[in-house]
Design a protein around this ligand. Structure first.
Ligand code: GLU
Length: 434
């Protein structure tokens, strides 16, 4: 049954606007869905739903540059699934953004939101632009034009963007303002991850990193790993990796290796994460930090650790480096950092992988809290937010852990089982209309 399912779905699920050899992250996502199909019972009737984004918008984003010329950027907003609620997911600014990538990221949002049971579907957006090449004025103009272009499909009840790679609170403020001005009324709930003064939530900035820390400690507890003295390696030292590293250090662990787009560092006695965060805030990356030894990017992957946190981009752990990785637990702070082939290699080596759709769900969980606070115009304390976040993350972890041990499958397949069942059950109950 699964072979037949696979052959029908894989042929159909390569949409005509994507070439088979350009599947990229979307291909990785499709393979993950194929693995879950045999566990979906009667819901598998609807599985094709997961293999087709509901709605894709490609927009031209023209802006006037500071030098008077006009530049055009390509932007996307993909709503993968809205069966369980409005679309929800971040917006990424990066020179390598592609449609395949945004499609995969939107699908992972559907799975993530269902895995932690927040009442959203999945969506994602992006602009193919290197924001480091833009002035502040140009960045604002790109953001406002993009928001206007996707304004026809976003809204507080339809699709709610948030920060992702290279986007932040200021960009969310411009998005909120642009949408609101076009609507003729202030609609704070149209985006999350906003500044606190504009309806943002306490704890949102740290939420993804905090969630990574919570599930990392939960995975350690279940496998008998002591956090005190545990060796942590982190790829990406931004809002996710940097915060997670700091929290692990505060809990008594040692951050022994760090890598980002500016370089890689090693220090077996533990890097001072506060000093490194300050260095990154001042220079834009970990490269050049004096408090640890510089190593090559290849060496970074071979450094022995107890917990490895890929918290940068997709496709970082591949068949090229997976065999060399010496760690016990991988906690995916990034979306899609591990390819399917690498997943299998890690599994065979006995490495426990806590998948992105659970591990980095802290961000969207506090986004949900922010959205609820905006609607009720009543704001919670940071303690309340962190406690609720911890509860959601621990409950999601436990449910997935249980399904993994019951079915003897990886945590990723288990998370997909939990999530896809929720999505497809909603799909089935709503029925087809018109
Ligand atoms: N960009 C984050 C993610 O990938 C957060 C999305 C959100 O808060 O909507 O989960």
């Amino acid at each position: 049954m699964s072979a037949q399912l696979q052959s029908t779905t894989s042929a159909q699920s390569i949409p005509s606007y994507l070439h088979a050899d350009d599947l990229g992250p979307w291909g990785n996502y499709l393979r993950q869905v194929d693995r879950v199909a045999p566990y979906l019972g009667s819901s598998s009737r609807w599985i094709e739903t997961l293999k087709r984004p509901k709605r894709i918008l490609i927009v031209d984003v023209p802006i006037e540059l500071d030098n008077g010329t006009v530049a055009h950027f390509e932007g996307y907003r993909v709503q993968h699934n809205v069966s369980r609620g409005p679309g929800k997911g971040g917006v990424r600014y990066h020179q390598d953004v592609t449609l395949s990538e945004v499609m995969a990221l939107s699908a992972w949002m559907s799975v993530k939101n269902a895995a932690v049971n927040v009442p959203y579907g999945g969506a994602k957006g992006g602009i193919r632009v290197d924001p480091r090449t833009l002035s502040r004025g140009e960045l604002e103009r790109v953001t406002r034009r993009y928001t206007s272009e996707i304004g026809i499909i976003i809204g507080p009840n339809t699709d709610i963007p948030a920060p992702d790679v290279n986007t932040n609170e200021q960009i969310m403020a411009w998005m909120m303002d642009t949408y609101s001005m076009n609507q003729g009324q202030t609609a704070t709930g149209v985006v999350t991850g906003k500044p606190i003064t504009l309806g943002g939530s306490l704890g949102r900035r740290e939420a993804t990193g905090r969630g990574v820390f919570v599930v990392g400690t939960e995975a350690a507890r279940r496998t008998g790993l002591e956090i005190k003295g545990a060796r942590i390696a982190v790829q990406g030292f931004g809002n996710v990796g940097g915060i997670a590293a700091r929290l692990f250090e505060e809990a008594g662990a040692k951050v022994v290796a760090v890598q980002d787009h500016t370089g890689a560092l090693h220090k077996s006695s533990g890097i001072d994460t506060h000093a490194l965060l300050e260095h990154v805030a001042n220079t834009g990356g970990v490269g050049g930090f004096k408090g640890a030894d510089p190593v090559s990017n290849d060496e970074f992957w071979t450094i022995e650790s107890d917990i490895l946190i890929p918290a940068a981009l997709e496709n970082q752990i591949t068949e090229k480096n997976a065999a060399k990785i010496k760690t016990k637990i991988v906690v995916e702070g990034a979306n899609g950092p591990t390819t399917t082939a690498a997943d299998d290699i890690l599994h065979d080596k006995g490495v426990l992988v806590i998948p992105d759709v659970v591990a980095n769900a802290g961000g969207v969980t506090v986004s949900y809290f922010e959205w609820v606070q905006d609607f009720s115009s009543f704001f919670w304390t940071e303690d309340e937010i962190n406690q609720r976040l911890e509860r959601v993350m621990r409950e999601a972890f436990s449910a997935v852990w249980q399904v993994a041990s019951d079915n003897k499958v990886s945590m990723r397949t288990a998370a997909f089982i939990v999530a896809c069942k929720r999505i497809l059950m909603a799909r089935e109950m709503r029925g087809l209309y018109p």
